[in-house]
Design a protein around this ligand. Structure first.
Ligand SMILES: [Fe+2]
Length: 246
C-alpha cells in the first residue's frame, strides 16, 4: 500500500496499526507507486483505486472445510463489493472535501472505514488460511501464545469463545498489542469497531454468516473449530508477528 492510501485511511479512521500488516498481495499490488505529495492527500488529489487481488489458492482448495461455492461468493461478490464501495466512497469523500461539504464528510468517513477495513480484513483472511493447515501453533507465535495464553488449548478456547460471542457480524482476531508487547484476542464488530487501537492483526477469522452459512448453516462454533483445526496458515501468522514486532 502506498503512502497516499495509508494516509487517506488514517484520516478516515482506520487504525494505523492494522495497515502495517495489510495482506501481502495487496501490499505487492501497490509497491511500485511513487511517493505521495506532503499535506492532506484527500484535499490535494483524487484517491487512487484499490483493487481486488486473487485468492492465493483455487476456489475448491479449502473444501470440504470451506466449500467452493462459499469461496466464490465470498471473494468474488462480498469482498469485491467492499473494494468497489471503498473506491466510490473515497471518491465522494474527496469531492465533498474539495467542495467544502463538511456535512457529508462524517457519513462518508464512516462508510470508508467500514469498507476499507472490510477490504483489509478479507485480504488478511484469505492469506492466513491454507489447505491442510491448522493444528497447534508453531514458531515464534507458539512461544508468544504459551507466554500470553498458556497451552495451545487455552488459546484455542479463548479464540473460539471470542468468535462465538460476537453478536451479529464481525471477526475474531489474534493481534499483537504494541504497548504491552503481547498477544491479545479481539472481537471486531462489523469490520472496524472494537479492535484494540494500534494493534496489528496476525490471525483473523471472518464470522459474518456469509463466511460459513452454506457449509455450516447456523453452526458457527463448528466452522471456527474447523478454521483452527484445519485451515490456519501458521507460517503467515509468524511472518506477520515478525513484522509487527520490528
Ligand atoms: Fe466476509
Amino acid at each position: 500500500m502506498d503512502m497516499t492510501r495509508r494516509d487517506m485511511l488514517k484520516n478516515v479512521g482506520i487504525a494505523a496499526g492494522t495497515l502495517a500488516v495489510l495482506g501481502d498481495q495487496a501490499m505487492a499490488q501497490n509497491a511500485a507507486q511513487p511517493p505521495p505529495p506532503t499535506g492532506s492527500p484527500l484535499a490535494m488529489s483524487p484517491p487512487e483505486k484499490y483493487t481486488l487481488g486473487p485468492l492465493p489458492y483455487a476456489y475448491n482448495a479449502l473444501a470440504p472445510s470451506i466449500g467452493e461455492q462459499t469461496l466464490r461468493i465470498h471473494h468474488d461478490k462480498h469482498h469485491a463489493k467492499y473494494v468497489q464501495d471503498l473506491n466510490s466512497t473515497l471518491e465522494k469523500l474527496h469531492e465533498a472535501m474539495a467542495a467544502g461539504h463538511r456535512d457529508q464528510m462524517d457519513h462518508l468517513a464512516t462508510l470508508a472505514a467500514f469498507n476499507g477495513s472490510g477490504h483489509l480484513l478479507h485480504s488478511l483472511y484469505w492469506e492466513n488460511m491454507k489447505p491442510d493447515g491448522g493444528g497447534k501453533p508453531v514458531g515464534d507465535v507458539a512461544a508468544c501464545i504459551e507466554r500470553d495464553f498458556g497451552p495451545p488449548e487455552a488459546f484455542t478456547a479463548a479464540f473460539a469463545a471470542m468468535a462465538g460471542q460476537i453478536r451479529g457480524s464481525g471477526w475474531a482476531v489474534l493481534a499483537w498489542e504494541p504497548l504491552g508487547r503481547r498477544l491479545v484476542v479481539c472481537g471486531v464488530e462489523q469490520h472496524q469497531n472494537e479492535i484494540f487501537a494500534g494493534s496489528k492483526p496476525l490471525l483473523v477469522c471472518d464470522v459474518w454468516e456469509h463466511a460459513y452459512y452454506l457449509d455450516y448453516q447456523n453452526e458457527r462454533p463448528r466452522y471456527v473449530e474447523t478454521f483452527l483445526g484445519k485451515l490456519v496458515n501458521w507460517d503467515v501468522v509468524n511472518r506477520r508477528l515478525s513484522a509487527a514486532q520490528a
